[in-house]
Write a protein that binds this ligand. Sequence first.
Ligand code: ADP
Ligand code: ZN
Ligand code: ZN
Length: 726
Amino acid sequence: MGPKLTDQTVKVALDLPLRRSFDYADASFSPAVGERVIVPFGSRRISGIVIETGGVVSDFSCELRALADRPADMPPLPADLLALCRFVADYYQHPLGQVIAATLPAVFRSEEVFSPPPPRVVYRANDAAALTAGLPARASAQRRVAAALAQPQTPSALRQLAAPAMGWVRDWLAAGKLETLPEPAPGAQSPQTPPPLNPEQQAASEAIAAAEGFASFLLFGVTGSGKTEVYLQAIEKKLGQGLQTLVLVPEINLTPQLVARFGARFPQARIVSLHSGLNETERAVGWLAACGGEADIVLGTRLAVFTPLPKLGLVIVDEEHDPSYKQQDGLRYSARDVAVYRANQRNVPIVLGSATPSLESWRNMQVGRYRLLELKNRAVPGSVLPSLRLLPMRRTPQRDGLNEVAISAIGAALARGEQALVFINRRGYSPTLACNECGWVASCRHCSARLVLHLAERRLRCHHCGYDAPVVHACPDCGNQDLKPQGRGTQRLEATLQTLFPGRRVLRIDRDSTRRKGSLDAALDAVHAGEADILIGTQMLAKGHDFPRLNCVVALEADTGLFSVDFRAEERLFALLTQVAGRAGRREQPGEVLIQTQFQDHPFYASLLARDYRAFAERALEERRQLHLPPCASWALFRAEAKRIDEARDFLCSVRQCFPLIAGVVIHEPVAATMVRKAGQERMQMLIEASGRAALIQSLASAMPAVEVLKARGVRWSLDVDPVEV
Ligand code: ADP
Ligand code: ZN
Ligand code: ZN
């Protein structure tokens, strides 16, 4: 049966890799724009979001199918969120249906109806004595439970008093002798009083409070300068006005810490955290609370930027420079950039905080788009920044790559009863196996990458494709039996430090040692409990963790960031070393940070030692300006991979043909990717370079319809607008 003249048609955005919506006939549901509906698609039923209603049936063939269902398990997406999705779809050249789907909790992408778990409640007796009326004297367990119910009790507390307690509770409820109350939030005690702000914090906080409507602030302050305190005061004002705050953090590991700090300050507020570590139900429940306006503070990782927030009053992006704000696959968006767009769209202030702002934000500040709020000093009175020192590595005695000075500094810290951290910059570096006789290096047979030596498991692994092989004992080229690990992997360093400091507890925290869920938390707890003397860590440890007994940091392999193919490597290194330095001496004692280097005269280190991010940023930006590199140019990158490199190249050449001539836009020749082979595929890339964002988007928008219908047999391709890894 085909559609009737009386039906309306609705346009539905579906989670499909197609840049179009789909029309359905509707006779009975009358869904709202933004509502979730279930529709037939081929032989399946799939979930979608209505993006337009009230169309007229003009096609009476049976092609037009009818909506199948409306689950009504979430409120319709508000108009501002749909508009945000449209912007993101246009900017990143991604199908709207997939953008919308990416913003939704998984349960709302499914064709099943979501039923939220029952709210957590406590029980209390109106009159505890009435519960036991008529009970035989020997019913002591039941009496115990009844007595406890004079105070509000959770089901689990009651079950602990007596296993059958909930059966009795049901009877008492039925008899009207108990009342049910919502469970109070944990720690609903008196709020922690904030420290009085110092003058710089005060000025920052007042500037944010004075903002009417949209304003972007770049809160630039060293680690420990009290940026979080400024956020808290700004949030407090919004809470007072009944408005919601969206707080983005780069790392899921940092959310519990921050949630606890926010919770202690605002015990009455409902704080919802949204990140990928939650299960689907938890995420859906938090998302619904945000949507419904009940959540006062939504704290989450990049995906949280798309949470519907009807009463949004403030957006905060902490550690705004962090590369993890950029999604690296699928919808390749920058959560920081989307957050700025969203604040503008909703006409609310946004605060971007960092000790080492991204050069993108620094430039926006220079040209007047962002207002600079600077915190120059550490907030805790008397706390001083750690001293930074370079340890030249040429012609210096060393053991297994550790400078003598570094070794004695670690020894001295341990002697004072403190902890020491050896930080390895893993960017552009990993331990491998090599032959000193003929120069053979263990390489992946599928990628142009070296294999990484995992000493504990005695395996060689490719970190790009996962290829895994046993350690070889003789050089396959010349037969040399004395193969040496090259570079210092964290595992090798662990062995060295253990030998140097017998009896001390060495704890390694890296991707390998924390692969299991919860193992990072366990390791961090061990550090806090003082169960480790020497920590070995990578990037993972640089971020946000506060270790009070840590005053000595040694940084290895820093130089790899100075001569990288990635033009952002220096910027990242500055941020990383600043963060690592921030780990040392967060309390009263001044910390010391020792950086091993072969290039002590590099201007990079001059700025770093002077803690002059401004000087670094201005020099780096000047370089980018001269070389036309982002943020002084706008980039998009096509990536293509195929079995043979020619296929990838041919495809990109056809893509190139799709671009019209637009002033200020250069479509470069396809080139081989830095890592040409990955997982058995050969990879090419092609850069689109524009003088500004508008030209870039205009050029992409005119080319993409043609690009999408190109035959790409055997080629996998993607487009990355504002790529961060090139
Ligand atoms: P950041 O976010 O810049 O790293 P935090 O806000 O976490 O800094 O502050 C670092 C430490 O200083 C925290 O222990 C915080 O409680 C404390 N602190 C912040 N502001 C003040 C202040 N005005 N007076 C005293 N202590 C402060
Ligand atoms: Zn050899
Ligand atoms: Zn490989």
